[in-house]
Design a protein around this ligand. Sequence first.
Ligand code: HEM
Length: 421
Amino acid sequence: MLEEITQLDTAMIRTLFDTGGEFRRARSGGDYADDFHADLARARETGPVHAGTVEEVLGVPVHVHWPEPVFSVFSYATVNVVFRDTETFNSDTMLGTFDTFGRNILAMSGDEHARYRSAAAPAFARSMTQWWIDRWIAGITDTLLARIERRGQADLNLEFCALLPLLTITGSFGVPMDDALRLRELIEDMISGTLSREQRLAASAGVGEIMLPVIAERRAKPGDDLITKLVQATMRGSDGRARGLTDEDVLAYARLLLTAGSGTTWRQLGITLWALLNHPDQLEAVRRDRKLVRLAVEESLRWEVTDPTFFRRVLADTTLGGVDIPAGARVSLCLSAANHDPKRWPDPDRFDIFRKLRPHLSFAGGPHVCLGMHVARAEMSVALNAILDRLPNLRWDPEASRPVLMGLHMRGPNELPVVFG
Ligand code: HEM
């Protein structure tokens, strides 16, 4: 696979990873480039919970209309309660994903969620971080940087950040490069807000056409990769007896992992580089002392999380942050606002890698806490270390316009034009 990376067609990558296009999509509130955190602070100051969607509370155009009542949650303590109180809140708001992904853990709740998650959890445990780095992350990082390091300039967003997470996941599936880019294309169609249900189901079937032969092959001939771990995993069935994952279970995992694990880390790594390039003193400090890499990654996650909003269904009438919420309502959890709560972080809008490290909510919390968080952290840390090693004197390209962070439901920089050397 590493050899194939050097042959990658840049024009095709530009089409597949069109950040501007992604942000422009109505669903992501992409044209939103206001002062996000000032707007969120105003909302949070008047109460931790407000009736309405985040868009309605912020007073920006609403693109998605839910039939049920919606409440938005803005403080750290209140968002944290919702993630952990599984008696009152569950993940039914994601049930729509069963249609195209197959039955997947993001939308499961309670015992079913715990059983299915337990099958994949060992492959994503913290203790497996080095396995991910040695098998995929380090080699892909090296190869991607080798393509650009002699040029003296690059768009790191497109040429590096976009590719590392996708190639890590598809590498862990053991599929060749052409299929990696095709899977990206199919996943984009599968979750598209503009395609018809038939078109989305066709894209979902396309993922099956690529992955089902891989699943069959690993059942017949195990390897040292993620699909092998999934086909060999066991979990407790609903009858209490141990059972393995079916092909459909593994396929649903593949679709979820491709969706959850590529776009997120792409944009979060871009945000980390964007923040450091805009704070050259902190970039220099990290270059000199690599123990700061971890702090830079965590501060980036806290300061500007790429996916600011997650949802839960209210199972029983409740009162949250002093607001009465009826059963059946949807709560919108604003992680960006929670991560800037001044009750937890002094001067929260400042990007400061030296601030006291306290857990943030960017990977959620409770039973659905991000399954891939150790992989995401490893990708970002390995990438940052390698970029600092191999692209000396990294700085913004003075000839290019400065990129901005944009998007309401997916945030990230539209490009990262840099020069080095
Ligand atoms: C910086 C990058 C990432 C961020 C900010 C992020 C964030 C999140 C959040 C907030 C959730 C919770 C969703 C909910 O509670 O409804 C989640 C779930 C999940 N994430 Fe990530 N994620 C990232 C990277 C990854 C990666 C790299 C993978 C896979 C390799 C991954 C796989 C998953 C999966 C499978 C779930 C569902 C877990 C469950 O429902 O039990 N994520 N992620």
